[in-house]
Design a protein around this ligand. Structure first.
Ligand code: FES
Length: 155
């Protein structure tokens, strides 16, 4: 592979170069590739080569992971930007909007749960019928009858 220099940056990067520049371990890059988050080309010797845009794609993946998004959601998020195509500012801005909405939904859900748990403070019963921690939104009441509740309890 040709020497890197600022005046003549390489068009493609080796897995080691990508790891160094992105701060992501080689094994993680392989994992991302196995999950379909990134793609590579192969040399005649079957070595991976990545287009330069991979660094921006990995930055997006890392930000999304730091925000707590699972890889399946990140994969969905990246669908409008196929691997090998640079994510532009409009696309990244749209992702940030989606991240903000998803984070707000999580905050709303956690706030609701926190408010519901007030009755649990000083209680400790973990009742299957009444405790919002054990049975959020009365989920068991909608999906199970008495015998099924007993069967579930014995497991
Ligand atoms: S612990 Fe008793 S209602 Fe939750």
């Amino acid at each position: 592979m040709a020497e890197e220099n600022a005046a003549n940056p390489p068009k493609f990067l080796s897995v080691g170069q990508v790891a160094r520049r992105s701060g992501v371990a080689v094994s993680t890059l392989h994992f991302y590739e196995a999950k379909g988050l990134i793609t590579s080309l192969r040399t005649a010797g079957n070595q991976r080569r990545y287009a330069r845009d991979i660094l921006r794609r990995i930055a997006i993946i890392k930000v999304a992971q730091d925000l707590g998004f699972p890889l399946a959601e990140i994969l969905e998020l990246l669908k409008p930007v196929p691997s090998g195509q640079m994510a532009g500012t409009d696309e990244v801005s749209a992702m940030v909007d989606r991240w903000q909405q998803a984070i707000q939904a999580r905050i709303d859900g956690l706030t609701e749960l926190r408010d519901k748990m007030e009755g649990c403070i000083g209680c400790g019963c973990l009742s299957k019928t009444d405790c919002p921690l054990r049975n959020p939104d009365d989920r068991l009441g909608r999906t199970a009858s008495g015998p099924l509740l007993l069967q579930t309890a014995r497991r």
